[in-house]
Design a binder for this molecule. Structure first.
Ligand code: UD1
Ligand code: MG
Length: 457
């Protein structure tokens, strides 16, 4: 996997292959395609901002070998630096880290053809109406070679068949010519495609395998191409859930789903929804508009009513959230629980059948079963130094605007009076009242209204 390039045209400090496409780095896609195609061990050639690429690889493709190319002297030079690694195998596939749309099906067919035809080198080519910038595939005298745009003659530039930059070499054939590549060309670089002519000159079999769909080879060089490739990948993912899992989606062009997301059967997604990371949506769930889920688990028949944001959190079976609700840091609603309008829940567990319907903040809290939390309730979890826990039992009725000053615990079957500040334990079955007693001052309003005129008189 060639991934050492700078990507100057991205106009960014982030190395090109780590730019995000549907919230995964561009490099994730060709690595995943190679793995899904059943290719064996992988090595990545890294260079520009290579530390970042290497550390991402360590976390995400820990088996991938990392080969450093400190100075980018061309694709041929990159292949040469990896020679010690690939010489241990019979064949080596060369892919580009910035071409994320290649499919495992195309790679599989490509590898099959290479083996069946007994080629020493095969490379994928495709047709473009405007081939500007690509190496042209020149078929002549029964052979085939590639000439780069900057080195091509007038006639060669007219050729519309181009090199994808994806190759399979018999390693013995590549080893025989790799030291003969030269950099006396328009870019002063060692070109890997020059190996094709050299292998042919040694009597090797070189073949261009023409692929059907040019979109698989869209290389990413700038932000506009990144957006374009993201749309293609988005369509592939969303339409495949619609086709294979019966996803009901009235406006697929406004729904964005990352490549690691899993979706069950009979799921409905309304327009303008984003599902990212390792989100899982189980059978029969509903996801309303303007919802953004990251690493969320939505259990069967759960109802995400719209404008909901969940990070690393779980909504249980038949539970519901929103509209306008936010959950984060491993918050969980258990079966048939509910969080409603303008509620934030952090690192908390809401028990089966319990409800937090309106305008609440629940943090570092455990709530039992069948408890109702009144509007405006807040768990005051932060004392300015650390976060403290609140525990609320089962079958409780928490009055509106209760403040739980954590650490604090209330038992089962507890009620709290509306507006209470609860600072100490409320035992099972008790009513907790923590507010000033009301006093009424008779006739006060009328006296206040009269006051100014009385003063003048
Ligand atoms: C290359 C091919 C061209 C083909 C095109 C398809 C060469 C000389 N030309 O051109 O025939 O049509 O791809 O997109 O190979 N890289 C390294 N180290 C280097 C140079 C490049 O790792 O020293 C990596 C880049 O990060 C990139 C890939 O190799 O992922 C291709 O390099 P790039 O410079 O983009 O080659 P192109 O000019 O696009
Ligand atoms: Mg390129």
């Amino acid at each position: 996997m060639l991934a050492a390039g700078k990507g100057t045209r991205m106009r960014s400090r982030t190395p090109k292959v780590l730019h995000l496409m549907l919230e995964e780095p561009i490099l994730y896609y060709p690595l995943k395609a190679a793995r899904d195609a059943g290719f064996g061990d992988v090595a990545a050639v890294v260079g520009c901002s290579g530390e970042a690429v290497e550390s991402w690889l360590k976390d995400n493709f820990p088996d991938a070998a990392v080969i450093w190319q400190h100075e980018q002297r061309g694709t041929g030079h990159a292949a040469k630096l990896a020679q010690q690694w690939w010489s241990g195998y019979g064949n080596v596939v060369v892919l580009a880290g910035d071409a994320p749309l290649i499919t495992p099906e195309t790679l599989k067919r490509f590898a099959q053809k290479h083996i069946e035809d007994g080629n020493d080198c095969s490379f994928l080519s495709f047709m473009l109406d405007d081939p500007t910038g690509y190496g042209r595939v020149i078929r002549e005298k029964g052979g085939v070679r590639v000439v780069e745009q900057k080195d091509a003659g007038e006639e060669e530039l007219k050729v519309r068949e181009v090199n994808s930059g994806m190759y399979i070499f018999r390693t013995d054939a590549l080893a025989a010519v790799i030291d003969d590549l030269s950099c006396s060309n328009a870019q002063g670089e060692y070109y890997l495609p020059d190996a094709l002519a050299l292998i042919a000159a040694h009597g090797g079999r070189v073949a261009a395998v023409l692929a059907e769909d040019p979109r698989e080879f869209l290389g990413i060089n700038d932000q506009i191409q990144l957006a374009e490739a993201s749309r293609v990948m988005r369509d592939r993912i969303v339409l495949s859930f619609m086709k294979n899992a019966g996803l009901h989606c009235m406006d697929p062009s406004s729904v964005w789903i990352g490549p690691k997301v899993k979706i069950g059967g009979d799921v409905t997604i309304h327009p303008s929804v984003q599902l990212w990371g390792e989100t899982v949506v189980e059978d029969g769930a509903f996801i309303g508009s303007f919802t953004v889920l990251r690493n969320a688990i939505i259990k069967e028949n759960a109802n995400i009513k719209g404008s909901v944001r969940l990070n690393d959190s779980t909504v249980g079976p038949r539970a519901s959230a929103g509209p306008f609700a936010f959950m984060r840091e491993h918050a969980e609603l258990l079966e048939n629980a509910h969080m409603g309008r303008f509620v934030e829940i952090k690192k908390s567990l809401v028990g089966k059948d319990s409800k937090v319907p309106h305008l609440s903040y629940i943090g570092d809290t455990e709530i039992g079963e069948d408890t109702n939390i009144g509007a405006g309730t807040i768990t005051c979890n932060y004392d300015g130094v650390k976060k403290n826990k609140t525990k609320i039992g089962s079958r409780c009725f928490i009055g509106s605007d209760t403040m739980f000053v954590a650490p604090v615990e209330v038992g089962d079957d507890v009620s709290t009076a509306a507006g209470s500040v609860i600072t100490s334990r409320v035992p099972d079955g008790a009513l907790g009242v923590g507010r000033a007693k009301q006093t009424n001052i008779e006739g006060w309003s009328a006296r206040r209204r009269k006051k100014p005129s009385e003063g003048k008189a």
